[in-house]
Design a protein around this ligand. Structure first.
Ligand SMILES: Nc1ncnc2c1ncn2[C@@H]1O[C@H](COP(=O)(O)OP(=O)(O)O)[C@@H](O)[C@H]1O
Ligand SMILES: O=P(O)(O)O[C@H]1O[C@H](CO)[C@@H](O[C@H]2O[C@H](CO)[C@@H](O)[C@H](O)[C@H]2O)[C@H](O)[C@H]1O
Length: 475
């Protein structure tokens, strides 16, 4: 049984703003109501699925919560406590059941059964082997969703703030799984909320996939390579060409270029699968010019918000004007949309791409927009820039030495890996980055402007990373 609504609402309103995944921290909760409540398990412990309607700044957001109820909360669940059921003679405690493996197992049982409970629909992909004997653990990454690891076999991503209709990550991963694409984790099942009498597609609540337990993320691997490269001290300050020759000849610093090349090839293969699954259309020339104008408008807005960008504005505008002048009909398709080294895993069988949800700061409509595949190439090129410069920007991580030299070394690492990635991408059949330099430069600068805004808003200590890289790229 759920506790009486007033006390439950009070507990939730106090608890929600403390959650990492709660997106409304910039303002007070004006009103909170329970949109749907579905009992998934009776008894003690009990499990309820709730959709919370949170009203803030004149808008309503919907959040998903697995609410656990227990007469006695064991110590291991204290950190997940939400409150108590006031007026409940048994003193039932309420908590976030994502932390309780005794309850999350219910999700697997329902998926295997293909169950329908109230408005919740559990789907298993035909033939998917889902194990129900596994214990779950929430992963500790900073996430705007909550992912549960089931043993080392499955990962279940619970979307916290719910969007409208089918989630992009599910839609894309499911299509690629069905097409037999080897570069995404296979989708095993998903959970959705039936909109009931309200017209509209079911809302995706969760996605269950194969967990790639041998995977190492591209960002950590790249940073390890950069760290080694910085630690390797050549006998003299050799200048840009000398540093390049040094990296090339000695393969010092766990050279990453072969991995970058393979990543380029995997990216081209995923782009081909996306084109096959969702099709390709042509963006007319006028739309390409409009795109260039939008890039420039975003630059203007970002320069106002982040004055450090202003010194680069002329060069950036130049690249956007070049794109407008070059404009021609462009093939566009589904792409990753927020492609960077943190979104790829190296497993024993190759590179795997994760998280097709697009850039978090964009609207759902923008995230679904088709794009030229070089948009993802531009994203990854930016990421090589980030990896190369991150250690310099982070105080205390670099051995003492002249900063100019570190910048040269960073530039050499980035240039080498950017070139290798593009080589692999073109060799595997992607549009050749070298033959699309005007488009690629504009796309890369567009992403850099986004990053400047993203860092200023979310991680100001990182702002020097995109700004330093822009200083090099626009010089
Ligand atoms: N199928 C998977 N196998 C192994 N690790 C995964 C898998 N899916 C996600 N991860 C890990 O979880 C992290 C967060 O996943 P992601 O889908 O990017 O969630 P979010 O969109 O909330 O950031 C990834 O960076 C990766 O380290
Ligand atoms: O992973 P998300 O979908 O949440 O993407 C957002 O956050 C990313 C940072 O976590 C951000 O990526 C930027 O920083 C990365 C290093 O942390 C770097 O590799 C990327 O190239 C850089 O863009 C991403 O832009 C943002 O949308």
């Amino acid at each position: 049984m759920l506790p009486p609504e007033p006390s439950l609402i009070g507990d939730l309103a106090a608890w929600l703003p403390r959650q990492r995944w709660f997106g409304g921290k910039d303002g007070p909760i004006e009103d909170l109501t329970i949109g749907t409540a579905t009992q998934l398990r009776t008894g003690d412990p009990g499990l309820h699925h709730l959709v919370l309607d949170v009203h803030q700044n004149g808008a309503t957001d919907h959040y998903q919560l697995l609410l656990g109820t227990r007469r006695h909360l064991p110590d291991r669940l204290r950190h997940a406590e939400i409150g108590g059921a006031a007026g409940d003679a048994h003193g039932t405690r309420l908590y976030d059941a994502a932390h309780d493996p005794d309850l999350t197992r219910t999700l697997l049982d329902c998926l295997v059964a293909g169950a329908s409970v109230g408005p919740l629909r559990f789907h298993r992909v035909d033939g998917a082997a889902i194990r129900t004997d596994l214990t779950s653990l929430p992963i500790t990454t900073e996430q705007s969703n909550t992912s549960l690891l089931f043993g080392d076999a499955h990962i279940c991503k619970l979307f916290r703030r719910l969007g409208h209709g089918v989630n992009l990550d599910l839609e894309v991963n499911l299509a690629l799984t069905r097409a037999g694409c080897a570069h995404v984790p296979a989708v095993l099942g998903w959970i959705e909320l039936d909109p009931g009498p309200v017209p509209g597609a079911p809302v995706t609540l969760a996605l269950l996939s194969d967990y790639l337990h041998t995977g190492a993320d591209g960002w950590s691997l790249a940073i390890a390579s950069v760290r080694d490269w910085f630690a390797h001290t050549p006998p003299r300050d050799a200048g840009w060409a000398g540093e390049w020759a040094e990296l090339d000849a000695s393969l010092a610093g766990g050279d990453f270029a072969a991995e970058s090349e393979r990543l380029g090839a995997a990216t081209a293969e995923v782009h081909r699968s996306l084109a096959d699954a969702f099709g390709v259309t042509v963006l007319p020339e006028a739309e390409v010019r409009a795109m260039a104008a939008r890039m420039n408008a975003e630059l203007t807005v970002t320069c106002r918000a982040v004055p450090g960008l202003a010194p680069h504005a002329k060069a950036l505008t130049g690249a956007f004007l070049d794109l407008a002048a070059w404009a021609r009909p462009l093939p566009v398709q589904r792409v990753h949309g927020d492609y960077h080294l943190g979104q790829v895993l190296r497993t024993e069988s190759g590179w795997t791409l994760l998280d097709f949800e697009g850039e978090p700061a964009r609207t759902q409509h923008e995230r679904r927009a088709l794009a030229h595949p070089l948009r993802d190439v531009a994203g990854m090129l930016r990421s090589f820039e980030y990896a190369a410069r991150y250690l310099i920007a982070k105080p205390g991580t670099m051995p003492p030495g002249p900063t100019g030299r570190s910048q040269t070394r960073a530039h050499v690492w980035a240039a080498r890996n950017r070139a290798a990635f593009c080589r692999g991408y073109a060799a595997a059949g992607g549009p050749d980055p070298a033959a699309h330099s005007v488009l690629l430069r504009a796309l890369e600068f567009e992403k850099a402007v986004y990053e400047v805004r993203y860092e200023a808003r979310n991680r100001p200590a990182w702002l020097p990373v995109p700004l330093k890289s822009l200083a090099h790229l626009t010089a």
